[in-house]
Design a protein around this ligand. Structure first.
Ligand code: S3P
Length: 433
């Protein structure tokens, strides 16, 4: 499937993008491992999170839904999973594979994790290493790539682990394994990353402390079922923030957006670039901050992106690169080598597409330098990466020619209904098989 985006247009109206992907994975995981029945609303019915539901069903967990974002999960407790009825396929989901590694390393049965072509190329050594320190036995393909074969163990041992990279997935993997370990498991991170695991564990009544930069928990406790209302995904809202910021005349409201401070780098960076974003009615829903956002067109200017914002905006760089392409002057990103190991190598995929559209840019090992300019038209490759596809779709708002965005099927991993919602908001987008 490809998008054909005619040039021009503006974004308007009031819209709610689908539920947060990170929280959707975690809600199912903790709900499945809890005692009692967990009710979830706002769940993202995207392929990544659906793969997580399927995996727990393979291990005997009863999950009703999703239906209009609602799920009912009958938890089996920390010791209640059954051996899976086959290989567990997590599709495109790096989060799924890394967090499941932690959960499955603590089970008494063997399991095998695979994924789609993109996931099978992604590095898993980053979770294998700490899990092995905890006593897990895990086999991987050359270079620490999937498939992962995780052997059943009688007990993991709690450890302290200093994360070598700012990765919420690795942090979460270790903390989830810690639930099954003897004693205390703790981590430090080189920079703060999204803390949904810590917040949600506490929401399920499981104590997690965070003292002097050390995040820790004791194994052997119990998760107690709860109700979870998942906000709209700030990472999905980001495409509309950028679209409205670059398209003259735009004025859009994005409703019920998750505003966790570890996720709002995109708002901070766009604001530094001169964007006009107003936070309306800030509130807290189930332990997570939420707000409505009003975004109006503003002339953007290039900036040096502060490195401390990088982990807080790690999924939003494809969209931010489109903002940089439309900004006056130069935007420089450094300290973002993690972008090279996402669903695609996002630095090179974006650099190639920006080249196609006539935007001068210089990729570097850990970032990119983008000169704002005039976006032309052309056919851009997405490397089957959902966020590359949505970023280049939004570029149509400021392009002088038609943009064909190739291979857009993977948009359904995180944002089912994107094409319809974007067209409804004013993007001149048509999907073609
Ligand atoms: C995620 C963490 C991030 C992010 C991913 C979701 C999570 O990955 O890119 O989309 O839910 O923990 P890293 O923590 O590996 O950077």
């Amino acid at each position: 499937m490809k998008y054909v985006v005619a040039p021009g247009g503006q974004l308007s109206g009031s819209h709610r993008v689908p539920g947060d992907k990170s929280m959707s994975h975690r809600a199912v995981m903790l709900g499945a491992l809890a005692e009692g029945t967990t009710e979830v609303s706002g769940f993202l019915e995207g392929e990544d999170a659906l793969a997580t539901i399927h995996a727990f069903r393979q291990m005997g967990v009863s999950i009703i839904g999703p239906s209009e974002g609602r799920l009912t999960i009958t938890g089996v407790g920390l010791k209640g999973l059954s051996p899976p009825d086959g290989v567990i396929d997590l599709g495109n989901a790096g989060t799924g594979m890394r967090l499941f590694s932690g959960i499955l390393a603590g089970q008494s049965f063997d399991s095998q994790l695979v994924g789609d072509a993109s996931l099978m190329k992604r590095p898993m050594g980053r979770v294998i290493e700490p899990l092995q320190k905890m006593g897990a036995v895990i086999e991987a393909a050359a270079g620490g790539k999937p498939p992962l074969v995780i052997k059943g163990t009688s007990a993991l041992q709690g450890v302290h682990y200093d994360l070598p990279m700012a990765s919420a997935q690795v942090k979460s993997c270790v903390l989830l394994a810690g639930l099954f370990a003897q004693g205390r498991t703790s981590v430090t991170e080189p920079a703060p990353t999204r803390d949904h695991t810590e917040r949600m564990l506490r929401g399920f009544g499981y104590p997690v402390d965070h003292v002097n930069g050390v995040i820790g928990l004791d194994g052997g406790g119990q998760l107690t079922a709860t109700q979870i209302d998942i906000p709209a995904d700030v990472s999905s809202a980001a495409f509309f923030m950028v679209g409205a910021s670059i398209a003259p005349g735009s004025d859009v409201i994005l409703k019920h957006v998750g505003m966790n401070p570890t996720r709002v780098g995109v708002i901070n960076i766009l604001t530094l670039m001169g964007a006009d974003i107003t936070v309306l009615d800030p509130r807290e829903v189930g332990g997570e901050p939420v707000a409505d956002l009003r975004v109006r067109y503003a002339g953007l200017h290039g900036i040096d992106i502060p490195e401390e914002e990088v982990p807080l905006a790690i999924d939003e760089f494809p969209a931010l690169f489109i903002a940089a392409a439309c900004a006056e002057g130069t935007t420089t990103l450094r300290g973002a080598s993690e972008l090279r190991v996402k669903e695609s190598d996002r630095i090179s995929a974006m650099a190639e597409g920006l080249d196609t559209l006539g935007i001068s840019n210089q990729p570097t090992p850990d970032g990119i330098v983008i000169e704002g300019g005039r976006l032309g038209g052309g056919a851009v490759r997405t490397y089957h990466d959902h966020r590359i596809a949505m970023a280049f779709a939004m570029a149509g708002l400021r392009a002088t020619g038609t943009i064909e965005v190739l291979d857009c099927d993977h948009v359904a991993t995180s944002f089912p209904g994107f094409a319809d919602l974007a067209a409804h908001a004013g993007l001149k987008l048509a999907s073609h098989q």
